[in-house]
Design a protein around this ligand. Structure first.
Ligand code: SF4
Length: 96
């Protein structure tokens, strides 16, 4: 799904305090490559998800990644596919 999809969400205004949650991210102590895998590294995703599980800003991170439609990596303990499914379940237009 591209950033311009029908399910595009509103990102917060780009102000410094909007990103303050990242200062508390558990992943700051890890190599960023631990959160991005190639097709042959599914164990990496599981390890990254374990790190996210204890992160105090998991909700902020997940909400950002879903709203931004982040196409790669583990964010908020979710893979890109899991985020796409989450977006579809929670933000698709409702039928009336
Ligand atoms: S939830 Fe995971 S990816 Fe997001 S800030 Fe926390 S450790 Fe980093």
């Amino acid at each position: 799904m591209s950033r311009g999809s029908v399910y595009a969400l509103q990102l917060p205004a780009p102000r410094a305090e909007t990103w303050a949650w990242q200062m508390h991210a558990t992943c700051r102590a890890y190599d960023v490559n631990d959160f991005y895998e190639t097709s042959h590294e599914s164990r990496k995703s599981l390890a990254a998800k374990r790190i996210c599980a204890s992160c105090p800003v998991l909700t902020h991170c997940r909400d950002y990644a879903v709203a931004a439609n982040e196409p790669h990596g583990i964010w908020g303990g979710m893979t890109p596919h899991e985020r796409a499914r989450y977006r579809w379940l929670h933000y698709r237009p409702k039928r009336t």
